[in-house]
Design a protein around this ligand. Structure first.
Ligand code: C5P
Length: 240
């Protein structure tokens, strides 16, 4: 692969988390990062504030930036189907749902999403440790739940899973062909903020991550485009 192609490939796999409060801030960030990242992650903060209009306006203004709608949906299959049908109308590339309800629930989501939108299964929230799982009635450790739910995602035909760097190798053993989307990424020397177990871009790619989600190390950098470019270079080197 030529260097230009390797960089384009890496860039398409870098997702910036638009954890911002309003549409104006989101558009300014997208303008700055257009051509430097592959995908914009819209999470609950921005979606609850601005609604589907923010997805439509970003798609129109920046058609080359794909949208990852991180709503972590969880409801009965009929309601999930309705939500997913609505998301499909927004021209979203990836959508997250919780994996905790089993294969049939996930299969309904995948079926409704069709071919153009990938369903990503969230296995266990990284904020849930052993004691939180016990409190919630689970008899298994978080790592076991991650393994079981990754297997469910594979059986249901999900496009991929969201997992932490610590789980990557295990997830890869269970579902090697699924996308492995990994947050908690920190370039060497940058602040960890509230993330506990972080990985550098190179470590994550070497552990089989297919897509990296990066928020503050890009969004709060003095030069966000340069910060994104540096991560893309690190990813491209690790991929080669
Ligand atoms: O700023 P930072 O790089 O820590 O942002 C990471 C993004 O990934 C945030 O949008 C956060 O909500 C999301 N995320 C995460 N851990 C998960 C799932 C999603 O940090 N397990």
């Amino acid at each position: 692969m030529s260097e230009t192609n390797a960089l384009a490939h890496a860039r398409s796999r870098l997702i910036v988390a638009l954890d911002v409060p309003d549409a104006a801030t989101a558009h300014r960030a997208a303008q700055t990062l257009n051509g430097h990242v592959g995908m914009l992650k819209i999470g609950l903060q921005l979606f609850v504030a601005e609604g589907p209009a923010i997805v439509r306006s970003l798609r129109t203004a920046f058609p080359k930036l794909e949208i990852f709608l991180d709503l972590k949906l969880h409801d009965i299959p009929n309601t999930m189907r309705g939500a997913i049908a609505s998301a499909r109308e927004l021209d979203v590339r990836l959508l997250t749902v919780h994996a905790g309800s089993g294969v049939e629930h996930l299969r309904a989501c995948v079926d409704e999403a069709g071919d153009s939108m990938g369903i990503l299964a969230v296995t266990v929230l990284t904020s849930q440790d052993s004691s939180a799982c016990r409190e919630a009635g689970h008899t298994r450790e978080p790592a076991e739940l991650v393994a079981m739910r990754t297997a469910c995602a594979r059986e249901a035909g999900c496009a991929g899973v969201v997992c932490s760097g610590a789980e990557l190798v295990h997830v890869h053993d269970i579902a090697p062909t699924l996308l492995h989307v990994v947050p908690g990424i920190r370039p060497a020397g940058s602040a960890t903020n509230d993330q506990r177990r972080v990985m550098t871009p190179a470590q994550a790619i070497s552990s089989h991550a297919t897509h990296l989600v990066v928020g503050r190390p890009i969004m709060r950098a003095d030069d966000p485009a340069a910060a994104a470019d540096a991560i893309v270079h690190e990813m491209a080197s690790a991929l080669s």
